[in-house]
Design a protein around this ligand. Structure first.
Ligand code: NAD
Ligand code: GLY
Length: 364
């Protein structure tokens, strides 16, 4: 296998492998990473159908499997309880390990089951969406949504390893593939101007999923995220930059009743938050236009598909975990590759600023 990206955390470190064909060796790799454990796989039902039962049969896996219906509506305490109960019914003990196979929903759920089952089990993530490969599988944030908002119940619980096989992206629907690109744009915007330029220069190859271009994109994004989370595992400071665009995005997802995918909401959130940055003088004029152009060229919409109640979106933002006191705090970019940092990694913004940002992504 090629060299992994290594993520360090308070207790140890873990490898993130990005390699075409990796999943043909899953049984063997899981046996090494979760040595002497009784292993259960938690799999997205669509991915299970495609890769474990279907004609693709690319994943080598002979152990026990629990499935999760696809989509954000599965990321709940109910699903967490059902999965935990299924493990208890099957008498999985403390000497067990888990594998999460699927997108960010399955990964966040598997991680949260692993964090809580018998006070904590080791687990491996096997991301099969672009979004989960470039972002959700790295960094150890696990959790579920509640009617109050996204990711409000959860735990930091890093995986033992991440195995990303870009060959699985061949079956990913176009909409989901493009959704993942929003997180890649975020990585360029928050930490690496050269990567941002590279994304701008390779939109055609990215959209046609040219294998070496996709592999580079996944590796570069993973490396950026790994560097940030290795420095600040529990988000005491700089890790907040990974939330660029997300304060607006989470509120839009919730207000749209999850009609928007996470990545579509992140694209809109990045534009809205860049407009806010321009509005308060944190970024120079033109940043939101440049970010919007890139997202648009990557096939992401820069406007909401239908009107959403602006006050409901602001109420959603009020539940964000970065808020302090009564003010909404955003992680704002100053220019590609550089964050605005006058008062820290996040900046308090007013309701008027937020309304200006939301207006920029409303239905034309
Ligand atoms: P997802 O997990 O819902 O997957 C999207 C869809 O793709 C699903 O319908 C799934 O069945 C399908 N799918 C998955 N792999 C496939 C494949 N190879 N071929 C065909 N279909 C496939 O969504 P997502 O975009 O992967 O993840 C979004 C979630 O990730 C959100 O809940 C978000 O909050 C979370 N997230 C977490 C972190 C973190 O740090 N923990 C970071 C970013 C996002
Ligand atoms: N997606 C935000 C983070 O991982 O910190």
């Amino acid at each position: 296998m090629s060299e992994p990206v290594v993520v360090t955390h308070s207790c140890a470190s873990y490898p993130v492998y990005v390699e075409p064909g990796l999943l043909t060796q899953l049984d063997a790799i899981a046996g090494e990473q979760l040595k002497d454990k009784r292993i259960a796989m938690i799999a997205d039902a669509v991915v299970h159908q495609l890769y474990l039962q279907g004609r693709l049969g690319r994943v080598s896996w002979s152990g026990e499997t629990l499935t999760v219906p696809p989509g954000e509506s599965s990321k709940t305490r109910d699903t967490w309880a059902r999965l935990s109960n299924q493990l208890l019914d099957r008498r999985f003990g403390r000497d067990s390990g888990l594998i999460g196979l699927g997108g960010g929903v399955t990964g966040d759920l598997t991680g949260f089951v692993a964090a809580t089952y018998m006070r904590g089990l080791p687990y491996i993530l096997v991301p099969t969406t672009l979004l989960a490969m470039v972002d959700a599988s790295v960094g150890g944030k696990t959790g579920v949504n509640t009617p109050h908002g996204k990711n409000l119940i959860g735990a930091f619980h890093p995986p033992a390893a991440v195995l990303a096989d870009p060959l699985t992206l061949a079956t990913l629907p176009e909409r989901e593939y493009r959704s993942g690109l929003a997180e890649a744009v975020k990585h360029g915007l928050i930490a690496d101007p050269h990567y941002f330029d590279w994304l701008e220069a390779h939109t055609a190859e990215i959209l046609s999923r040219e294998s070496h271009v996709v592999a580079h994109l996944v590796r570069r994004s993973v490396a950026i995220k790994a560097e940030v989370v290795s420095q600040d595992e529990r988000e005491a400071g700089r890790r907040a930059i990974l939330n660029a665009g997300h304060t607006v995005a989470h509120a839009l997802e919730q207000a749209s009743q999850y009609e928007l995918t996470h990545g579509e909401a992140v694209a809109l959130g990045l534009i809205a938050e860049c407009v806010i940055a321009e509005h308060i003088g944190a970024a120079s004029k033109g940043l939101s236009q440049r970010v919007g152009n890139l997202l648009n060229r990557l096939g992401l919409s820069t406007r909401l598909p239908r009107p959403l109640d602006r006050s409901a979106v602001i109420r959603g933002m009020e539940m964000d975990k970065k808020n302090r006191g009564n003010s909404i705090h955003l992680a704002l970019a100053a220019r590609p590759g550089e964050m605005y940092r006058r008062t820290g990694w996040t900046t308090a913004v007013s309701e008027e600023d937020i309304r200006a940002g939301l207006a920029a992504v409303e239905v034309a």
